[in-house]
Write a protein that binds this ligand. Structure first.
Ligand code: NAD
Length: 493
């Protein structure tokens, strides 16, 4: 049994308080426990972060970048170890976990560019002998609250830019797979990050709220489900904090009649069943236009039946379990009710188990046709390996579905028509759009950010986060010896 401690002041920080169990999703067995931070532990973490801030803020961006380069190298060296920690507590396959670590490293590589990226603006002679310029300054202590589904990538997307910009940072990771976050903090220390610049405190709602409410935290960056994102956005705003809160998703992939059916089916199956559908950019909804439906369903059926489900660390496993028994029950319930409501189960592996892993939280790849746009399974985020198919006659109808859906994270089109692709790119009501690319998560020099109820706040992760983690200061400066005389008017420049 392992105990996952907090990380405060540059060391593992153990307390006697409450603990939560951490489970192996592939077996349902208890792997260990994680501490839960109460208000006193949160106070310790904030005190340490406040103390570390002035010296870190005064460290030159070039030196901060050196720490980040060293961190990046350590993350690369330890990729297999980090991936194994992710797989053990999250359940995703090792290959998928290695991919997650690689994406997290890309976020750190972006932040290594801080000396060139944190530039202000300068305008000469904005008045007579007057110059105006802007400086980007760090905020102070920033808080990150992260979901279970990317326990390395999402924390790194926050930590990298926040600390590169000169802030100190307190991470509250998901209580469902907390172990790897402490390892990230240890590696950051080994890379030279001063004690207190990065802390990790564990817990659930109470811990998150104590961090948001603490008078010495300046900003809150959240990623998780939409209801929690909305409540954190409101709570943070009420406390006068800067907040970005990224929420859930319902990502559509539109297949046009001219699309290459085999390529579209490969993309759909990968994007719907990869990581057991527990990606915020997973494709959950295929919107099939016109005659593409029949051949596409045939091709998808073959693929859904062929996916090898098993423990994330098992040889040959292509898809692991869901994260918890509650998630398993929720997804199975949604599938059962959808079929009752009239959806046609083309492949229903939702109740399948894995031999030798009967206690695991498995839900097999499931493909439902003829799903109505008013049905529960279309309107709710499923967060499991369930691909639903909606049939429409035109691209305009497909775009209308995307427009009226409450979520707007990602949307993609598969087509060989440039005109259809261009219309889709212009009109799809989503923050991240794919053209013949199923999961259009942009590379780190762009930003991860949805629209509508997939985000509250106006900045995303990665490159868009520089603005979130800094406050601009506008300076108007005059250096001359002239005596202007008293003038009570409002001078034109
Ligand atoms: P979640 O909302 O249950 O939990 C996210 C975090 O919030 C965890 O750290 C959790 O401990 C904490 N939390 C839970 N309830 C809280 C409350 N009432 N008050 C304060 N904190 C609370 O989400 P999850 O199940 O861990 O993650 C899956 C969700 O995250 C999905 O909805 C997925 O779409 C979303 N997600 C979105 C993105 C994106 O970029 N938009 C990326 C990854 C995941």
């Amino acid at each position: 049994m392992t105990l996952t401690p907090h990380w405060i002041g540059g060391r593992r920080y153990e307390t006697a308080g409450d603990r939560l169990p951490v489970l192996d999703p592939a077996t349902g067995q208890t792997l260990g426990e994680v501490l839960q931070a109460d208000a006193e532990v949160v106070k310790q973490a904030v005190t340490s972060a406040v103390a570390a801030f002035p010296a870190w803020r005064n460290t030159t961006p070039a030196r901060r970048a050196q720490v980040l380069y060293a961190f990046r190298n350590l993350l690369r060296e330890h990729t297999d170890e980090l991936a194994a920690l992710v797989t053990a507590e999250h359940g995703k396959t090792l290959a998928d976990a290695r991919g997650e670590v690689a994406r997290g490293i890309e976020a750190v590589e972006l932040a290594c560019g801080v000396p060139g990226l944190l530039k202000g603006e300068f305008s000469e002679q904005t008045g007579t002998n007057i110059d105006t310029y802007s400086i980007l300054q760090p905020l102070g202590v920033c808080v990150g609250i992260t979901p279970f589904n990317f326990p390395v990538m999402i924390p790194l997307m926050k930590i990298a830019v926040a600390v590169a910009a000169g802030n100190s940072f307190i991470l509250k990771p998901s209580e469902q797979d907390p172990g790897v976050s402490v390892r990230l903090a240890e590696l950051a220390k080994e890379a030279g990050l001063p004690d207190g610049v990065l802390s990790v405190v564990h817990g659930r709602q109470e811990t998150a709220e104590a961090l948001i409410d603490h008078p010495d935290t300046a900003a809150v960056s959240f990623v998780g489900s939409t209801p929690v994102a909305h409540s954190i956005y409101k709570r943070g705003a009420q406390a006068g904090k800067r907040v970005q809160a990224l929420g859930g998703a319902k990502n559509h992939l539109v297949v046009m009649p001219d699309a290459k059916i085999e390529a579209a089916a490969d993309a759909l199956a990968s994007a719907a069943f990869g990581s057991a559908g527990q990606r915020c950019m997973a494709i959950t909804t295929a919107v099939v236009v016109g005659e593409a439906a029949e051949p596409l369903l045939d091709a998808l059926k073959v693929r859904a039946e062929a996916v090898v489900m098993g423990a994330g660390a098992a040889d040959g496993s292509e898809m692991g379990p869901l994260v918890s028994a509650a998630a398993q029950e929720r997804v199975r319930g949604l599938v059962a009710r959808a079929i009752e409501a009239g959806a046609r189960p083309v492949v229903d592996r939702s109740t399948e188990s894995v031999a030798g892993s009967e206690g695991g939280f498995f839900v097999g790849p499931t493909l439902l046709d003829n799903v109505a746009s008013t049905s529960e399974i279309y309107l709710k985020e499923v967060f499991g390996p369930v691909l639903i198919v909606l049939r429409v006659d035109t691209l305009d109808e497909a775009l209308e579905l995307i427009r009226t859906n409450e979520y707007g994270n990602g949307a993609a089109i598969f087509t060989r028509s440039g005109a259809a692709a261009r219309q889709f790119q212009r009109e799809a009501a989503a923050g991240m759009v794919g053209v013949n690319v199923p999961i259009p998560v942009p590379v780190a020099p762009y930003s991860v950010a949805g629209w509508k109820n997939s985000i509250f706040g106006d900045t995303g992760l990665n490159n868009g986060a520089w603005r979130f983690y800094t406050q601009p200061k506008y300076v108007t400066s005059r250096w001359d010896e002239a005596v202007a005389g008293v003038d009570l008017g409002f001078r034109p420049n």
